[in-house]
Design a protein around this ligand. Structure first.
Ligand code: 3EB
Length: 348
C-alpha cells in the first residue's frame, strides 16, 4: 500500500544522490539546504542555501525539500534577501542576512522577519507551519545581552508589527548556533514553510509554552509552538527543536544521557497531543520521517545516538542526521527535531 506523497517531504542526500535525481524529480524540488557544504556540483533548478553547520560524519549533508507537484520558483533579485518556491499548497522560503559591524542582532532579525511576513502575504500563504533559524555565535554576548535573547526580541517585534497572534500564528521552530566558516561571512539563515490555510499549533502539557517563559530567559519570550500540524488534508506533523526542559526549567544539567531521555519523553508527549487532534495517520510507518539531532559536544555523540536509535527503532523509519551545534540555553547538551513523527515510531 503506497500512501499518497505528502504535500512536502524532505530527504537527506549526499551530492552523488542529488546528481542521480531525474529531471522529473528535480522539477519537484522546492529548495536544497547544504549543511557545511557548498552547492552540489550538478545543475540545480532550485534555490540553494548553505548553512555554516557541518553534519557529523556519517550524516548526509544536503536537505532536499520536495513537493508532490511541480514547483514554481522566485529567485531573489540583487536587493532581495528571500528566495522562495511555491506549489498550490505550500510556500518554502529561505532568507539570510549578514550582520554589519554596527548592526544589532535584534534589528536585523526583525527586518528579516518582516520581509518573511511580507513574502507570505504576497504569496497568499499567510500561515506559518515551520521555521528553522541558524545564527552565528548564538550563546555569545553582544554588548552584555546574549545573542539568542536579542534574536528572540527581534522575532517577537516582527510578529507584533505584522499583526500576528502568537498563540495562533507561531510556527514549530528550531534555533541553533551556526559556526564561523573560513572565508565566509557569518550569516543569519532562516528557512520556513507556510500554507494558505491555517494549521494547528500543539503545545506540550509537560512544558510551559515557550512564548510564556518567565523573563529570566530574556526580555522577550521565544515565538514558537512546540509542534505543528499542517492544515488538512496535508498530513504533516512538525516537532520543534525539543530539549530537556520540563515546566520552564532545564533538567539534568551535565548529564547528556538523562537529557536525551527527557527530550524523547517530551517528544512522546507531543505525539500524544497530536493524536488527540486526529493525527493518527501520521503514525503510519510507511511515511518517511526525518530526524535532526544537535549535540553541543561532539564527544557526547555515542551516548546520544544510543538513546535516539533505541527510541526511534534504530532509524528504520527515519533518516537521522546528527550535528554538533550550540543550543540556545548554555545548559542544554542536546536538542532533537522531527518531521512526520508519531507514536508508532517511538518504539512503544
Ligand atoms: C526550548 O525549548 C529550547 O527560539 O525558535 C527550541 C526550539 C528552542 C526553537 C526558538 C528555541 C527555539 O526553549 C530552545
Amino acid at each position: 500500500m503506497n500512501a499518497a506523497p505528502s504535500v512536502v517531504s524532505v530527504r537527506s542526500m549526499d551530492a552523488g544522490q542529488i546528481a542521480q535525481m531525474s529531471a522529473h524529480e528535480l522539477g519537484r524540488v522546492l529548495f536544497v539546504i547544504g549543511f557545511g557544504v557548498t552547492a552540489p556540483d550538478c545543475p540545480l533548478p532550485c534555490g540553494f542555501m548553505s548553512v555554516a553547520l557541518p553534519a557529523l560524519s556519517g550524516s548526509a549533508p544536503y536537505e532536499v525539500w520536495l513537493a508532490d507537484q511541480s514547483v514554481s520558483r522566485v529567485c531573489p533579485t540583487q536587493t532581495d534577501t528571500i528566495a522562495f518556491a511555491k506549489t498550490d499548497h505550500i510556500l518554502f522560503g529561505c532568507a539570510s542576512i549578514t550582520q554589519g559591524d554596527n548592526d544589532h542582532l535584534e534589528h536585523i532579525t526583525e527586518a528579516l522577519y518582516r520581509q518573511i511576513f511580507d513574502c507570505m502575504d504576497t504569496a497568499g500563504m499567510r500561515h506559518f507551519s515551520r521555521a528553522w533559524h541558524y545564527l552565528p555565535a548564538i550563546n555569545s554576548a553582544e554588548q552584555s545581552l546574549e545573542r539568542y535573547r536579542r534574536f528572540s526580541m527581534g522575532r517577537h517585534e516582527a510578529f507584533v508589527a505584522k499583526g500576528r497572534q502568537i498563540e495562533r500564528d507561531a510556527p514549530a521552530a528550531s534555533a541553533l548556533g551556526s559556526k564561523t566558516m573560513p572565508n565566509q561571512a557569518a550569516q543569519l539563515v532562516i528557512y520556513f514553510i507556510a500554507t494558505a490555510s491555517p494549521g494547528t499549533p500543539i503545545e506540550n502539557p509537560r512544558q510551559v509554552s515557550a512564548y510564556k517563559y518567565p523573563p529570566q530567559y530574556g526580555p522577550k519570550s521565544p515565538t514558537f509552538a512546540r509542534a505543528f500540524l499542517a492544515p488538512s488534508p496535508q498530513d504533516i506533523f512538525y516537532v520543534s527543536g525539543t530539549a530537556s526542559i520540563v515546566g520552564h526549567e532545564t533538567l539534568h544539567a551535565g548529564d547528556v544521557r538523562a537529557q536525551t531521555r527527557e527530550t524523547i519523553a517530551n517528544i512522546e508527549a507531543l505525539a500524544i497531543e497530536a493524536e488527540k487532534r486526529g493525527a493518527q495517520q501520521i503514525g503510519n510507518a510507511h511515511r518517511a520521517t526525518h530526524i535532526k539531532v544537535y549535540v553541543r559536544h561532539a564527544a557526547d555523540i555515542d551516548i546520544v545516538r544510543e538513546e535516539v536509535e533505541a527510541a526511534f527503532a534504530g532509524g528504520r523509519h527515519a533518516k537521522i542526521v546528527y550535528f554538533e551545534a550550540d543550543i540556545c540555553r548554555r545548559d542544554l547538551l542536546v536538542e532533537i527535531e522531527l518531521l512526520n513523527c508519531a507514536s508508532a515510531h517511538l518504539g512503544r
